[in-house]
Design a protein around this ligand. Sequence first.
Ligand code: ATP
Length: 282
Amino acid sequence: MKAALTFNNVSYRYPDSQEMALKGINLTVTEGEFVGIIGPNAAGKSTLCRAANGLIPHSFSGDLEGDIYVNGINTKEKKPAQLAEYVGLVFADPEAQLSQMTVWEEVAFGPANLGIPREEIFKRVDLMLGLLKIEKMRDRSPFNLSGGEQQKVAIASVLAMEPRILVLDEPTSNLDPRGTAEVFAAVKELNKKQNITVIMVEHEVELLAEHADRIIFMDHGQILLDGPPGEVFRQVELIQKTGMNIPQVTEVAQILDKEYGVWGNKPYPVTIEELYACLRNN
Ligand SMILES: Nc1ncnc2c1ncn2[C@@H]1O[C@H](COP(=O)(O)OP(=O)(O)OP(=O)(O)O)[C@@H](O)[C@H]1O
């Protein structure tokens, strides 16, 4: 399977910083994967996102070692504006990403900057508004929308540049449960129906466990765990030691496992459906 994003032994230190923010990161994300990234504060999650779309090293100086490839292109060789055709980055604060008068203009802004012909821009904007289910808001000001709607506009704007990789850095941290559910549903659909590779930093572990194919757990600039949710969340002690939560279902599974040895070496369930299925078969 084709690699969408590769980190080859990547270490990075911000300018004027003593600490390395990333230490020896080796990572390959395959096309079409949905990867969730978790970890405590200062683990290096946002830094990893910035390195994935070329902001590091192009907009942040500092010391970068190793190489990052997006769609086979070394990020050192292209500016973030050019890399935006391959990888899109969405941040936590939806309002800070918006600048235009209407939702339509917001989504058209990126491709217009890339010099895409007018007809093609019209086609892309329609497609993206449809994909994110925000067609009805096309003439509204993006600043008068709910947080969840704004975040969907931000995602549509990034996708209008047709990247095959979407990196989201805590996209739901300013949203209420409904906005969070909307963003997760939209991202999941893009991943499953359009085969867009998703890398999502997220503290909502329950939702991440349910949607992601693979979870990466980072701490102190390193990847400590990397695997399917049921395997990564099995490492309850390691994750909880850093102050992080694991899905509640997984905590129940751990208690049952200690009492009755239900799971042996098998991955723990991470959703209620998985827990129910396991219990019914035992
Ligand atoms: N612009 C910057 N300049 C200098 N140091 C920075 C900068 N941004 C982050 N750092 C440092 O790099 C390390 C990793 O930070 P990063 O923001 O990547 O962590 P994070 O896992 O995203 O944390 P959080 O969950 O708190 O957002 C931290 O020690 C942080 O202080």
